[in-house]
Design a binder for this molecule. Structure first.
Ligand code: BES
Ligand code: MN
Ligand code: ZN
Length: 528
């Protein structure tokens, strides 16, 4: 999808489809009154083209509700698409992001290849933030997961224009007015204030990068285990790194042995596929001190559970057990392009968790890179094992702040459903930064606690810690396991198990890989 930002008159925009936003202005309290949709544009021609259908009550401007008009009167556009943002009091920039995705996903199956999305004119919706959100939402909406269908028709939108509306030029108004020699001279309409487009353009460019980086992560998560082994994930990461100018290295078994990554190797040893330790570095010029961010992702390209094998129902889903790793790669891509003034190291611990004659067994004891010994209770609790060594390695490479992302526990899905992902943090300042990042990214995360009582639940009789703490509080004991390796380095853990794969289509995003966490992690990095 090619995207551009344009500042022009809506009515005069020649396009296959012009999407315009609407809100329901009915107050939240007056529930008996009927919805009152209002278009978020001052363009008279657009308002009159939609007047009849708005009066009909057929379109209520509910969130992501759509209504299409062909050949709208007095517009250069072939089609006018109204997209609802929902109740006015609840509308935010995040509603605009979704609306842009909705508009794109409306157009795609209808064979429309070129379209225009008009940004809302509303006091509460600053144009730069809207431009960014629209660019993100449109890219995300353009993605479909059916890449292996032999009759797949690529329905992508080829060209999307995000439009900042202007009033029609004064000359145009005069031309259409009928000449009446007895009439009072028409008042000259005030020249609208010129739009300061630099911040809008900058924000729009950021949105394009973020949306495409999220889609990069989604494309990786979508790949099946046979098409995306740890080695191939390493190749894809290297290729991306080269494209955006990150330094990179991809290591395998020998290096893991040199580094004494016993926890990571223990997981990998059950697979014929060698593991991959992916290391990407972003080093902005002239920055020699200050924080170094360590981004660590779980990259299990397929999780059978190992010897503690999973039931076969739904096991195919476990191809997305590398979504945390993919999120880190997507974030590193965006960071390389957005160039924040902070050093960042991205690490993905990629392996396949398989049962095999050489696989690790319950009861085995592994020595992690940090020297801590781990009793393996359940080989299906493998994510925390690869991350343990990833976190230790990030610290060894100089990370002063850590963030990890992982499809770590079913328990987190039980706790938060498929709505919020879990956040854990050992440091309030670092958490506050992430919380601020969420306000910008619009992604949904909810904080869960850490605590010594939970840490006690994973003490081992034979070694230092065990890799499961039983059923209760499973997301938290998993986080406490990782805490053993982050130690007191400021650290955030994101458990994205419930949110990485969407079970249902939404108007603004296809079912399948969500690309969750990419935007929030990038935003977090930009706060440093
Ligand atoms: N990859 C799974 C967690 C998962 C569950 C991801 C559902 C996505 C959706 C993880 O490796 C796992 O198997 N965790 C176990 C841990 C248990 C054995 C302590 C779990 O959550 O059941
Ligand atoms: Mn598992
Ligand atoms: Zn797993």
């Amino acid at each position: 999808m090619k995207t551009q930002l344009s500042i022009a008159n809506l009515a005069g925009t020649d396009t296959e489809l012009l999407a315009v936003l609407a809100v329901d202005t009915q107050s939240a309290t007056g529930s008996a009154a009927k919805p009152q949709p209002v278009l978020l544009t001052s363009d008279e021609a657009v308002i009159s083209a939609a007047a009849n259908v708005l009066a009909s009550g057929e379109f209520k401007a509910g969130a992501n509700e759509t209504l299409l008009l062909h050949s709208p009167a007095d517009l250069a556009a072939k089609r006018l698409l109204l997209v609802g943002l929902g109740k006015q009091a609840k509308v935010t920039v995040h509603s605009v992001r979704n609306a842009a995705g909705t508009a794109v996903r409306f157009a795609k199956p209808r064979g429309i290849r070129e379209m225009t999305f008009a940004l809302p004119e509303a006091e509460a919706l600053p144009l730069p933030a809207c431009a960014r959100a629209a660019a993100e939402g449109a890219s995300v909406g353009d993605f479909d997961p059916d890449t292996y269908r032999s009759d797949r028709k690529d329905l992508s939108i080829q060209s999307l224009t995000v439009l900042v509306g202007t009033r029609p030029p004064v000359a145009e108004i005069e031309e259409t007015a009928e000449f009446d020699p007895f009439a009072e001279p028409a008042p000259v309409p005030p020249t609208p204030e010129p739009i300061d487009d630099a911040p809008i353009r900058a924000a729009f460019a950021e949105g394009v990068i973020l949306g495409e980086s999220q889609n990069f992560a989604r494309s990786l998560v979508n790949e099946p285990g046979n098409k995306l082994t740890p080695t191939i994930l390493g190749q894809r990461a290297a290729q991306m790194a080269q494209e955006v100018g990150l330094s990179w290295a991809v290591f395998s078994t020998d290096k893991l042995q040199d580094l004494k990554m016993g926890a990571f190797l223990g997981v990998a040893q059950g697979s014929a596929e060698p593991p991959a330790l992916i290391v990407l570095r972003y080093e902005p010029e002239g920055i020699k001190d200050g924080p170094v961010l360590g981004l660590v992702g779980k990259g299990i390209t397929f999780d059978t559970g190992g010897i503690s094998i999973k039931p076969s129902d739904n096991m195919e889903k476990m191809k997305y057990d590398m979504a945390g790793g993919a999120a880190m790669l997507g974030a590193m891509r965006a960071i390389a392009l957005l160039k924040p003034r902070v050093r960042v190291i991205g690490i993905v611990c990629a392996a396949e968790n398989m049962p095999d004659g050489k696989a690790q067994k319950p009861g085995d004891v592994q020595t992690a890179m940090s020297g801590k010994t781990i009793e393996i209770i359940n080989t299906d609790a493998e994510g925390r094992l690869v991350l343990a060594d990833g976190l230790t390695y990030a610290r060894q490479l100089g990370a002063t702040h850590l963030i990890d992302a992982a499809t770590l526990t079913g328990a987190c899905v039980v706790a938060l459903g498929m709505v919020n992902a879990g956040i854990f943090a050992n440091d309030e300042d670092t958490y506050e930064r992430f919380s601020k990042a969420l306000a910008t990214s619009g992604e949904k995360f909810w904080r869960l606690p850490l605590g010594e009582e939970y840490a006690d639940m994973i003490k081992s009789d034979i070694g230092d810690i065990k890799n499961t703490g039983g059923r209760w509080g499973g997301a938290i004991t998993a986080a406490e396991f990782l805490h053993n390796f982050a130690e007191d380095t400021p650290w955030i853990h994101l458990d994205i198990a419930g949110i990485s794969w969407m079970e249902e289509n939404k108007p603004y995003i296809a079912k399948g890989p969500s690309g969750i966490a990419v935007r929030s992690i990038v935003e977090w990095a930009r706060t440093f």
